[in-house]
Design a protein around this ligand. Structure first.
Ligand SMILES: NC(=O)c1ccc[n+]([C@@H]2O[C@H](COP(=O)([O-])OP(=O)(O)OC[C@H]3O[C@@H](n4cnc5c(N)ncnc54)[C@H](O)[C@@H]3O)[C@@H](O)[C@H]2O)c1
Length: 241
């Protein structure tokens, strides 16, 4: 069987760690050039994965990075908007700084990248954009007003781009993945009793691994999902919050 992303150029924001890192490694193993676009260098080395320094909150930096990738590789086929952060607090304690930090990375950063790359895909006639949302964007969560707003927002943006970028016959698809609780660095600050509670809220009785999200991203990135767009794929072990 031929590799599922042979010849594709895939940009994964936040590709240096966690879910983004597993996406990069899996995409590269399926024949893509995977570009880990991250503020920090990767925590791993893998053939086929390139690192570029990127802060998704900075529109000028996004433009420089996208221009450099297109100059080097000629195109971008896949964009995974994965870079994300949390800054949790109950709403009455949520400062403007906490709100702005999360919205800047998780929402504005996604906008910054898709505004540049979506039109390029449209011009090329094909592409796949994947926004990494969250079970929290679907159901809400105590202490996460900022995060829930950003993760619901990226679902709205994916659905909008599924319409906007598919105009004029372009086969550009846009989808979201809503992961449940996945064991990455992001979970390091969550107390064990809460993690156990989250596991008990899933039908499968466990938390997820970043590889399990990467496999869903591979499906949406590849032509195997050629008729899937404007969709939210929940990958959460059957979790209900
Ligand atoms: N881990 C989970 O349980 C979980 C659940 C649902 C959704 N998500 C989402 O999945 C995505 C990845 O999460 P993770 O758990 O792998 O996180 P992580 O903290 O392990 O990795 C996030 C990566 O994003 C990078 N990053 C942060 N800010 C950036 C910026 N401004 N510009 C560029 N890169 C930046 C970090 O350097 C890091 O490499 C996030 O959007 C997160 O909200 C995670």
């Amino acid at each position: 069987m031929s590799k599922r992303l042979e010849g594709k150029i895939a940009v994964v924001t936040g590709g240096s760690a966690g879910i983004g890192a597993e996406c990069c490694k899996l995409f590269a193993s399926e024949g893509a050039v995977a570009i880990a676009a991250d503020m920090n260098p990767p925590s791993y080395e893998a053939p086929g994965v390139e690192f570029v320094k990127l802060n998704v909150t900075d529109p000028d930096n996004c433009k420089q990075v996208v221009d450099a990738i297109v100059a080097k590789h000629g195109k971008i086929d896949v964009l995974v908007n994965n870079a994300g952060i949390t800054r949790d607090a109950l709403i009455q304690k949520m400062t403007d700084d906490l709100w702005n930090a999360v919205i800047d990375v998780n929402l504005k950063g996604v906008f910054n990248m898709a505004r540049l790359i979506g039109p390029l895909m449209m011009e090329k006639g094909s592409g796949s954009i994947i926004n990494i949302s969250s079970v929290v964007g679907e159901f809400g969560n105590i202490g996460q007003t900022n995060y829930a707003a950003s993760k619901a927002g990226v679902i709205g943006m994916a659905k909008t781009w599924a319409k906007e970028f598919a105009r004029k016959g372009a086969a550009v698809r846009a989808n979201a993945i809503a992961p449940g609780y996945i064991m990455t660095d992001m979970m390091k600050t969550v107390p064990q009793d809460l993690l156990d509670k989250f596991a008990s809220l899933t039908m499968l009785g466990r938390l997820g691994q970043p590889e399990e999200i990467a496999r869903a991203a591979l499906f949406l990135a590849s032509d195997e999902s050629s008729y899937v767009t404007g969709h939210v794929l929940s990958v959460n072990g059957g979790m209900r919050l």
